[in-house]
Ligand binder design. Structure first.
Ligand SMILES: [Mg+2]
Length: 236
């Protein structure tokens, strides 16, 4: 079956979210005079990201709002440091401002998208809020590739790996799921979710850093294409 459309995840697929979050939290902690509370920069980043990994799913499940998960992450992080959270919203906003100045796309993304444009329909399905993701894609000069085909879980009301959001993304492209590829960096949420929804699943495992041998074997055996770079999408 010919692939006529490609839907992309955003964070750590098109945009180096992890890199920007690292820059943002380290600059923020330095500015707040709190960086020396950690053994190392890596330890500070690890704590910040570990809390995010625990709290962000509560937003995706509908338990917390998008803003709510930001406040909970901030409160947990500050309490871990033994600091009072007088105004967690303002603390997070100062972090986000520094993070947002560091947005960058992975090096190959712009040229790959230019090459795909006109060949296949392009879109985005992301577990986040629409203003946040459109702002991010605009900042890295990728927004124009996707037109109106940008679907975010906050507005849609369901998150990956639920099939409904993948199917709604396909509808935005005007294509049936079997003619659409999905590309994302998370094995469970992106690759397994897309495959279960009937799309052609591409698991982006940049540099093999997040790769577990068992997942790779399961992916390959389960009809998921494992790629290391978006350049491998030249002829999906
Ligand atoms: Mg991602």
């Amino acid at each position: 079956m010919t692939i006529r459309g490609i839907l992309f995840d955003v964070d750590d697929t098109l945009v180096d979210y992890s890199g920007s979050a690292r820059v943002g939290i380290l600059k923020h902690l330095a500015a707040e005079g709190a960086l020396d509370r950690f053994e190392s920069a890596d330890a500070a980043v690890a704590l910040w990201r570990a809390i995010e990994e625990e709290e962000y799913p509560r937003f995706l499940s509908g338990e917390l709002t998008f803003k709510g998960q930001q406040l909970v992450r901030t409160q947990r992080f500050l309490s871990h440091l033994g600091l009072a959270a007088d105004d967690p919203a303002a603390w997070f906003a100062r972090y986000a401002a520094l993070r947002d100045t560091a947005w960058s796309a992975f090096p190959e993304v712009a040229s790959v998208l230019r090459g795909l444009e006109g060949q296949v329909a392009l879109g985005v399905v992301s577990n986040a809020s629409l203003p946040y993701q459109t702002g991010k894609l605009r900042a890295v000069q990728l927004l124009h590739h996707f037109g109106d085909a940008i679907l975010c879980s906050d507005e849609f009301g369901a998150a990956k790996p639920q099939a409904a959001i993948f199917h709604a993304g396909c509808e935005l492209l005007g294509l049936p799921p079997e003619q659409v590829a999905y590309v994302g960096d998370r094995y469970d949420v992106d690759a397994l979710g897309a495959r279960e929804a009937g799309l052609r699943a591409y698991w982006l495992d940049r540099g093999g850093l997040g790769m577990h041998a068992g997942e790779r074997i399961a992916a390959v055996g389960g009809g998921i294409t494992v790629i290391r770079s978006l350049t491998e999408l030249d002829s999906p």
